[in-house]
Design a protein around this ligand. Structure first.
Ligand code: PEP
Ligand code: MN
Length: 339
């Protein structure tokens, strides 16, 4: 309450809290009175209280993301994709082409990342492109190719869902569904993807706060998805030397308030091949539970994001250096395969 709030005004606020069905508890102070509210479901009712006379401010003390927050779920969540886990204390490696361009290309790259220690294959069959004239993905044909790659390599795969009309179809093929940065706040899509009950890789919106990101995870979780992984892929800032600014600081901040695993996408954050390894190591150092990395053996021919794709040899270098860093941290990195 304002320092000069009158008794009648304080009583009015207490009465309103009770009308809303909650409990009001007054904490008188030397300068001002504070009224504690308990029993409310979320912080939405603050608008009813904020507009009452002599109310100074309404402060939420409970996390608005009840399912994604640590308050209600203190232990870390571990995502289980059968043979592979995300969030078990080690660093999981997801790698593959940005887009599925054809069967040969994807099978070749799947073999190469498997040989070098990847545990999960990535590849977009439906691509969200800035230009309508750019390659939009192979659609269901791309899903068939990814399924073939899984059969051949044993690698489970993650692929992006662009809209709720194709979400079910994609879930019939994929081991994990990706919601991209441009769709992080597409709430209709989040609800539909949540209902499918599959593990979800939720990429942080390019200008989303940590709280907004976790509220999007909350959409997925409140509709049925228990296994959500957050992905930091860089945010928009004034810096132009990289495609995005990798926000390393979000990793410990997220881990403090949420039990969900967080991985880093150093390819979409850097946008340039030369800085993918440094971004990866920064992510590992900051405590990420995994990486998702673009790899292409003919990046000059890639139909999407060739400039940020690591060549297979560079991917092997990343696995080698990353493994040394992980060893120092008492963690494993990818599989123990080396080439
Ligand atoms: C991707 O991973 O292929 C992608 C489109 O990423 P983002 O949504 O982070 O831009
Ligand atoms: Mn891409």
């Amino acid at each position: 309450m304002n320092p000069n709030a009158e008794e009648a005004q304080i009583r009015r606020v207490e009465a309103r809290i009770q009308e809303l069905g909650y409990k009001a508890q007054r904490i008188p102070g030397k300068i001002r009175s504070v009224i504690g509210v308990t029993g409310n479901q979320d912080a939405e009712d603050r608008i009813y209280l904020e507009s009452l006379p002599a109310v100074d401010r309404v402060i939420a003390v409970t996390q608005p993301y009840r399912l994604a927050g640590r308050d209600s779920h203190p232990e870390n969540t571990v995502i289980d994709l059968g043979s592979v886990k995300i969030g078990d204390g080690n660093v999981t490696m997801i790698a593959g082409p940005c887009a599925v361009e054809g069967e040969d290309q994807t099978l070749r790259i799947a073999d190469q990342v498997l040989e070098r220690g990847a545990q999960i294959l990535r590849g977009g069959a439906y691509k969200p492109r800035t230009s309508p004239y750019s390659f939009q993905g192979l659609g269901e044909k791309g899903l068939e190719v990814l399924a073939k790659a899984r059969e051949r390599t044993g690698l489970p795969f993650v692929t992006e869902v662009l809209d709720h009309q194709t979400a079910y179809l994609i879930s019939q093929y994929a081991d994990m569904l990706q919601v991209g940065t441009r769709n992080m706040q597409n709430f209709i899509l989040l609800k539909e993807v949540g209902k499918l009950g599959k593990p979800v890789l939720l990429k942080r919106g390019m200008s989303a706060t940590l709280e907004e990101t976790l509220m999007s995870a909350e959409y997925l979780m409140s509709h049925g998805s228990q296994e959500v992984v957050i992905c930091e892929r860089g945010v928009r800032t004034f810096s132009s030397h990289a495609r995005n600014t990798l926000d390393i600081s979000v990793i410990p901040a997220l881990k403090k308030v949420s039990h969900l695993p967080i991985i880093v996408d150093p390819s979409h954050s850097s946008g340039h091949r030369y800085s993918v390894i440094p971004h990866s190591l920064a992510g590992i150092g900051a405590g990420a539970d995994g990486l998702i990395v673009d790899v292409h053996d003919k990046p000059e021919e890639a139909l999407c994001d060739g400039a940020q794709a690591l060549l297979p040899d560079q991917f092997a270098d990343l696995m080698y250096i990353g493994r040394a860093v992980c060893r120092a941290l008492g963690k494993t990195f990818g599989t123990e395969k080396t080439i």
